[in-house]
Ligand binder design. Structure first.
Ligand code: ZN
Length: 354
């Protein structure tokens, strides 16, 4: 709790508004270019998957920053403040339940110009262990919740909890026009709570993978604490940031949206949100997609055949080292710890008044 309180206190002053041009953009890390992804074919990006993937769209030393599992207000807001300070952008894969519990933080992510995707409704540790019906429900309910909390369409960007994907689930994403993202560089912030050690490990991974999609979690105080040094080091070592955005938003399934709307109302009432309008005003769909003259690379992957069974593709070519894959596989089923003072295990987490 102490760490969270300290974070909240340090995050408050000097908060920048994402709608304003970044004053330090001449010298800050910033964003080198934008990649706009057409998700209509349900492509799969990133290195850590046994399924058929797209080739890497990043040049060596280009980095995409991603944050999973939030929003967790004190941690997420500290991360947002740091990203503002470095004039840079990231992608957040938020959990549906968390989004409904903290809708104002979700709106803040979008207001500051970041990309928002989903990471299921309740973060089951391994979607492959659920029936296809249940896993698809987790995916769809997650999008309905994040969209409701955002108050606008979100990106059809999905990340599997524990990177636990399968052919049938990817086929469902294809049918829904949702792209999935695995990872190139794993920071291991789920397991390293010492910020200095986390910084060293994350930098080592990014160097080993020559950049790529980097995985962090915006429920981890150590991640928020080390992020300023991490971004400073990236810039010093000549890495640049690529911001991913979607060509169009995802349409949530109306059944789930209807069922979840009362939960959002309860959550907002509990938080005494003043009319749901944040201090920066309402953000219109697409308003934050302005490129500000940055080069935009458009990607429209061709449709791939997805297997009907959960069997992995044996001969999948992986650009990840065997050590990294072994390390990840060994940990794929480990519980993702949330700060105990605020949220219990994923299994016991409930919305306010639920
Ligand atoms: Zn996760």
């Amino acid at each position: 709790m102490l760490a969270l309180t300290a974070l909240a206190a340090s995050a408050a002053p000097g908060r920048a508004n994402g709608l304003q041009p970044c004053a330090a953009s001449g010298t800050a890390l910033g964003v080198a270019r934008i990649v706009e992804i057409d998700t209509s074919t349900g492509a799969l990006f990133g290195s850590i998957s046994a399924q058929a993937r797209e080739s890497r769209f990043l040049a060596p030393k280009e980095v995409v920053l991603t944050f999973d599992d939030g929003p967790m207000p004190p941690v997420t807001r500290s991360i947002l403040d740091t990203l503002d300070r470095f004039c840079t952008k990231a992608t957040f894969f938020s959990v549906g339940k968390m989004a409904l519990a903290y809708p104002s933080t979700i709106k803040d992510i979008l207001a500051r110009g970041h990309t928002l995707g989903s990471h299921t409704w309740s973060h089951p540790l391994n979607l492959r262990r659920l029936s296809l019906e249940k896993s698809n429900e987790e995916i769809e309910k997650g999008y309905a919740a994040v969209t409701l909390a955002a108050g606008q369409p979100v990106a059809p960007f999905f990340r599997f909890p524990g990177l636990s994907d399968s052919g049938p689930m990817l086929k469902h994403l294809q049918q829904r026009g949702i792209a999935a993202f695995t990872v190139d560089a794993v920071s291991n912030d789920s397991y390293i709570s010492d910020s200095a050690k986390l910084l060293a490990h994350a930098l080592k991974e990014v160097e080993a993978q020559k950049g790529g999609i980097v995985l962090f979690h915006d429920i981890k105080p150590a991640t928020a604490r080390m992020l300023p040094q991490f971004l400073t080091e990236l810039q010093r070592r000549g890495f640049t940031i690529v911001h991913m955005r979607a060509k169009s938003g995802v349409e949530p399934m109306p059944d789930y949206a209807g069922k979840l709307a009362p939960l959002l109302a309860k959550s907002e009432k509990a938080a005494a949100a003043p009319g749901l309008v944040p201090f920066y005003g309402l953000v219109k769909p697409g308003e934050m997609a302005a490129s500000d003259g940055l080069p935009v690379t458009e990607i429209a992957p061709a449709l791939k055949t997805r297997p009907e069974t959960t069997a992995r593709i044996a001969a999948a070519k992986s650009t990840v080292t065997k050590t990294a894959v072994r390390g990840w596989s060994a940990r794929a089923d480990a519980p993702v710890a949330a700060p105990a003072a605020t949220v219990g295990s994923w299994g016991t987490f409930v919305l306010p008044d639920q």
